[in-house]
Design a protein around this ligand. Structure first.
Ligand code: RB5
Length: 148
């Protein structure tokens, strides 16, 4: 299951990505929003909570740049979010980082490229092996205190 969300800057891209998911019979939950203006951290939290609860495996978060969504998502436990503007990064953030949230910017990528990026992300699995240890090291940073 994919949880998808956007702020006002990327509502139109969100609808375009949803059309792609629908056309490929990929199950998704639309976490909104079509409200304008809207605050991207609220949507990032909704999508990431679904992943934390096991209600979704993957998130797609869209805003103007993808960056605000990515920053917010990566504050949440268990989330590994990556901003991608091309397919190489989308593929390798799955292979090497086991990313579970794809972030894109509607003011950066067009609908055609976004569809390709989503395809690369969803079609690629985590490579594991030597990358597992590094992903574990990244996740261990979540429990570090400010004065460690
Ligand atoms: C909204 O104008 C914009 O700041 C937001 O969509 C996003 O790009 C933030 O990172």
């Amino acid at each position: 299951m994919i949880a998808i969300g956007s702020d006002h800057a990327a509502a139109s891209l969100r609808h375009a990505v949803i059309e792609k998911l629908k056309s490929e019979n990929i199950p998704y939950v639309d976490c909104g929003t079509d409200q304008s203006p809207s605050d991207y951290p609220v949507i990032a939290q909704k999508v990431c909570k679904m992943i934390q609860k096991g209600e979704a495996d993957t998130g797609i978060l869209l805003c103007g740049t993808g960056i605000g969504m990515c920053m917010a998502a990566n504050k949440m436990k268990g989330i590994r979010a990556a901003v991608c503007t091309e397919t190489y990064s989308a593929k390798f953030t799955r292979l090497h980082n086991d990313a579970n949230v794809l972030c894109m910017g509607a003011r950066v990528v067009g609908e055609g490229l976004a569809a390709e990026i989503v395809g690369a992300f969803l079609d690629t699995g985590f490579e594991g092996g030597r990358h597992q240890r590094r992903v574990d090291m990244v996740m261990a940073l979540e429990s570090e205190g400010a004065d460690d």
